[in-house]
Design a protein around this ligand. Structure first.
Ligand SMILES: [Zn+2]
Length: 246
């Protein structure tokens, strides 16, 4: 039933995926959005999966593989970690990823990133990593990361496709279009490197305050909306010669 609905939606909203080859001669940055225990590790908190989830574990594997290649090449990596003050709720969600708890830390498969010199870690207290990068002095950690590294192409992976990934990609593309992010040109969202959570209708109906959130549908819609803002949606990401796209 759910997969039939997902198939119907995919027919009505067809999404063209691209096989993206990242040029070896230009700077490409990798952004990891919230690949932390509170969203990915079974039983880790209010917004963590209750049981193993194929889309989420696939996202972790793909992201870890990409992160490994970026670190081997010494290319810039930025990791956002959702980290909330205990007294500042983020509605409509229950308390999650409170600062100082293991919920707000990278999943075990990515913890090694903390020791890598090419990796910037940014804890954020909101959905949108772009806004969450603003510091007290008005500077922006993400904007500075793009400019300092002279990033031309950016690959985005993480969770949730339709919430924190989409918000960050949307803000980034508006900022790029306004000329605030030079030399950034391309924003690539890697489909299998993204995931979202699953609250099917029958579960939401029996859970007070829960929003319906069928995983396959919302993942697809999130990717589609990112494409609507101008992101390139990739079915695969590889590394190649200089004259290939993008
Ligand atoms: Zn949050």
């Amino acid at each position: 039933m759910v997969s039939q609905t997902a198939d119907l939606l995919k027919n009505e909203l067809p999404l063209e995926l691209e096989a993206v080859v990242l040029p070896e001669d230009g700077v490409t940055g990798l952004v990891l959005v919230d690949i932390i225990n509170g969203f990915c590790t079974v039983g880790a908190g209010n917004l963590a999966p209750r049981e193993p989830n194929r889309q989420i574990s696939g996202m972790i594997n793909e992201s870890a593989t990409l992160a490994r290649v970026f670190c081997e090449k010494n290319w810039p990596v930025l990791a956002f970690l959702d980290s909330h003050h205990p007294n500042k709720p983020e509605e409509p969600y229950p308390p999650h990823c409170i600062s100082g708890t293991d919920e707000s830390n990278l999943v075990p498969a990515l913890q090694w990133l903390e020791k890598e010199t090419n990796v910037t870690i940014r804890r954020k207290d909101c959905f949108d990593g772009f806004l969450g990068s603003i510091q007290d002095d008005g500077s922006n950690v993400f904007v500075d990361w793009v400019k300092h590294n002279q990033i031309k192409t950016m690959v985005v992976v993480g969770i949730c496709t339709d919430i924190c990934v989409l918000d960050f990609v949307s803000s980034t593309l508006s900022a790029r279009n306004l000329g605030f992010l030079s030399p950034l040109e391309k924003v690539v969202v890697y489909s299998r490197g993204c995931a979202t959570f699953d609250v099917p209708l029958h579960v939401a109906r029996n859970t007070k305050g829960a929003l319906v959130h069928p995983q396959e549908l919302m993942h697809h819609v999130g990717l589609y909306m990112a494409k609507e803002r101008g992101a390139i949606i990739a079915s695969e990401v590889s590394f190649g010669a200089q004259n290939q796209q993008p």
